[in-house]
Design a protein around this ligand. Structure first.
Ligand code: SAM
Length: 287
């Protein structure tokens, strides 16, 4: 079976009367090079447990099962269940869960399927759930090693952006707080069937074993980040003293910036993650 062969894939899907759903982001990967890059560069080996989100017709899932210890895949579309049962029939290390990843009891699933063991996430994600999935997986402190994700090119640019650039924002800081990111490969529209209107990129996020940032209060930190980037043209002082997310005294903000030897007129978007963490720690120690 070769699911990167477009005709073979379409023929299998037609055999099950499958119709592509645009609203579920169903663009299935058919590019062998991208597939090989995902498997070889994600760091997956025969000791790795994998959680795959959105297996689709199973093109990537088959390669994952051949390379990993165990693959648990969560697919929302029940029309794909018979397709996956068919294409995955030769693999006994595969489990399919027909559910919405946003509604699944993630901790229960992880405990049940992986016990206390570490796992890696691999997903060619529907774009509409990219950010909630990434942040949910990091914020809940699951035993994750890496996330290898196919994301919209713009999302990859935002995740890997440098401070002060237009793409640097809450997503850059949110992801960078938890993980190191690395671009694995590009996946232009012709790598999929049907072809999407946008270009994609495969990105690998390696979760820090021990977070490099020592934060006093994570909740305050993320409120500061939200305030800074929802009013990014304002100075840090103004974005925080007028923030609907956090109650910050203007004088405390000025004092914190002076303590850090930063210009009191600086915009928050100029601060790197380390500086945002230090700033947040000074603010919380003053409260
Ligand atoms: N992994 C396959 C591939 O690479 O060819 C399919 C990728 S396709 C871009 C996205 C897949 O995610 C589809 O199969 C879609 O049905 C599934 N999906 C969409 N929303 C989902 C959700 N909320 N939970 C689980 N799966 C979802």
């Amino acid at each position: 079976m070769n699911l990167t062969n477009k005709n073979e894939l379409i023929s299998i899907l037609s055999g099950f009367d499958f119709r592509f759903s645009k609203s579920l982001g169903q663009n299935f990967l058919i590019d062998k090079n991208v597939l090989t890059d995902i498997i070889t560069k994600s760091g997956i080996d025969l000791n790795t447990n994998v959680l795959e989100i959105g297996p689709g017709a199973g093109t990537l899932t088959r390669e994952l099962c051949a390379a990993a210890k165990k693959v648990v895949a969560v697919e929302i579309d029940s029309a794909l269940v018979p397709v996956l049962n068919y294409v995955m029939s030769e693999f006994d290390n595969f489990t399919l869960i027909n559910s919405d990843i946003l509604k699944v009891n993630m901790r229960g699933l992880i405990n049940d399927k992986f016990g206390g063991e570490k796992f890696s996430v691999v997903a060619n994600l529907p774009y509409y759930i990219t950010t909630p999935i990434i942040m949910n997986l990091f914020e809940n402190d699951y035993n994750i090693r890496t996330l290898t994700l196919m994301v919209q090119k713009e999302v990859a640019e935002r995740i890997t952006a440098r401070p002060g650039t237009k793409n640097y924002g809450a997503l850059t800081v949110g992801v960078g707080f938890y993980a190191d990111s690395e671009i694995i490969c590009q996946a232009p529209p012709h790598c999929f069937v049907p072809q999407p209107s946008v270009s994609s990129v495969v990105i690998k996020l390696s979760k820090y074993e021990k977070p490099p940032y020592e934060i006093n209060d994570k909740e305050v930190f993320f409120k500061i980040v939200k305030s800074v980037f929802s009013q990014r043209r304002k100075t840090l002082v103004n974005s925080l003293s007028g923030s609907p997310f956090i109650n910050c005294d203007k004088n405390n903000v000025i004092k914190a910036l002076e303590k850090m030897n930063l210009d009191t007129k600086i915009r928050g978007e100029k601060l790197n993650i380390n500086e945002l963490v230090n700033f947040s720690n000074i603010i919380t120690s003053n409260v």
